[in-house]
Structure formats: C-alpha cells, structure tokens
Design a protein around this ligand. Structure first.
Ligand SMILES: Nc1ncnc2c1ncn2[C@@H]1O[C@H](COP(=O)(O)OP(=O)(O)OP(=O)(O)O)[C@@H](O)[C@H]1O
Ligand SMILES: [Mg+2]
Length: 228
C-alpha cells in the first residue's frame, strides 16, 4: 500500500482519508460521518504480483466482482448473521452510490474522539500516526480482535495493517476492520480453510501472529518504509 499521507491530500477535489493498494478512500461530501471508496486504475509503475494483475483484469472484465461490490456483499453477509453487534468490530457499509466521480462504496467513517479519521495500523507503524501507540498496546488489540474473530466464527483472513484502524475505547486501543472483502475472497487454489472450521481458526491465528510480529518489528522503527 502507498503510504497514506505520501500521496496528495485531495483526489478530484475530495479530501483523501487514505489510499489503499486498489482504492482511494475520501471524506463523503454529501453525508457527514461517512467516506466513499473509489477504485483506482492500476499504477503502471507498481510491481504487482500475477495474482494482483489477474484480479485487476477480472475486475475490469467482470465489474460485479470488483472490490467495492465484494466488500458490500461480504459486509451484508456478516451483518445478516451477527446483526448490529458487528458495528463494534467492523465499519458499517451503507451501499453503492453513483457520484459525479463514478460509482463508489459509502461506508461509515471510523473516527477518533477528535472526529478525525482513525489511523490504520499501517499509519501507526509507518505513517502520520507512528508512535501514537506502543507495540504492546497494538499487539494486545490484535489479540482481542483475533479472539472476536474466533468467537464469532468470522473467516476474515486478510489481517493486513491497512485493513484495520486503531481507535481508543475505554482508555485502551482497539482495532476496527474497514475492509472485509477477504470474508468472501478466495486466494487459495483449493479453499480448504473455507471448508474446515479448524483450518480457518488456524489460518486466522497465523495471520494474527504475523501482524503482531510485524508490529513488534516495526513499531520502534518510526519512519521506516515497507509494504503491508
Ligand atoms: N471506513 C473507514 N474509516 C476510516 N478509514 C478508512 C475507512 N475505509 C478505509 N479507510 C482508510 O483507507 C485505507 C484503504 O482502505 P481499503 O483497505 O478499503 O482500500 P484497499 O484498496 O482495499 O486497500 P488494500 O488493497 O491495500 O487493502 C485504509 O488503510 C484506511 O486508512
Ligand atoms: Mg484493503
């Protein structure tokens, strides 16, 4: 992912919250407290894996499988099962909207007490929010988020630092997921983790451990650069 504050602060005149690998997230000018996600054209300068390039091609050939639609379907599926209890752990997706800049996904903007957009874990390690939270507090928040995934049997496998934002609740840092595409996305050739609850748990545990390792490696190295 490009460093969220490395690019321009505006995209087509709209205030950028952050840029992901595939989408830009901007403040919704129509609905306070919300953001809009727009797909970005592939960056020709970026070195992309074959999987990324195939996914971008598929999104162009079959737009109904694009990131925004996938995220909305994944969120709706979770919400149908878990109800409003989901809001504590996952940002609400409102729906697809037509805007002057093209179709976008409207979501609840996760904010801190100051109403500013909550920083991603990535931004806490390498971006504008680096140093805001210590490694141990962030790792403990990853563990609580992981415990919720296990408890609610949520097959969210893409626990990368750009998909989780940090908020303060009851005096401690908690994580909120802002991108649940991976609940439906299949990255395995044979999707064993989708068929077996035990394998799903193990995969989540591995991904959470990888994120904690990354936090421990990079939290003290404020200012370092790396991908997700
Ligand atoms: N609802 C939200 N509230 C606050 N910030 C958000 C929200 N949605 C997205 N963001 C910000 O935008 C960034 C990119 O969002 P998102 O993960 O949805 O895009 P993406 O293109 O899927 O990124 P990637 O492919 O790298 O996962 C996040 O890291 C986060 O900083
Ligand atoms: Mg993402």
């Amino acid at each position: 992912m490009a460093e969220p504050d490395a690019g321009s602060a505006h995209w087509r005149g709209l205030r950028v919250v952050a840029r992901g690998a595939n989408r830009v997230c901007v403040i919704d000018p129509e609905l306070p407290g919300h953001c809009l996600k727009y797909p970005l054209p592939p960056d020709p300068a970026a070195r992309r894996s074959l999987r990324h390039r195939l996914r971008a091609l598929l999104a162009r050939l079959a737009p109904w499988r694009g990131g925004n639609r996938l995220e909305l379907r994944a969120w709706r599926r979770l919400h149908a099962r878990l109800g409003d209890a989901l809001h504590a752990r996952v940002a609400r997706c409102v729906g697809l909207v037509d805007t002057p800049h093209g179709p976008a996904l409207r979501c609840e903007l996760v904010t801190g007490a100051d109403q500013a957009p909550a920083p991603s874990v990535y931004a806490c390690l390498f971006g504008a929010a680096r140093g805001r939270y210590g490694a141990e507090a962030l790792c403990a928040a990853v563990s609580r988020f992981e415990a919720w995934l296990h408890e609610a049997a949520v097959p969210l496998f893409d626990l990368n630092s750009g998909n989780l934002v940090a908020v303060e609740r009851a005096g401690r840092v908690e994580l909120v997921c802002i991108d649940v595409k991976s609940v439906l996305e299949n990255k395995e050739i044979v999707p064993f983790s989708r068929w077996s609850r035990r394998l799903a748990r193990r995969k989540i545990a591995r991904r959470a451990e990888r994120l904690r390792r990354r936090i421990r490696e990079h939290a003290p190295l404020a200012g370092a650069q790396a991908g997700h």
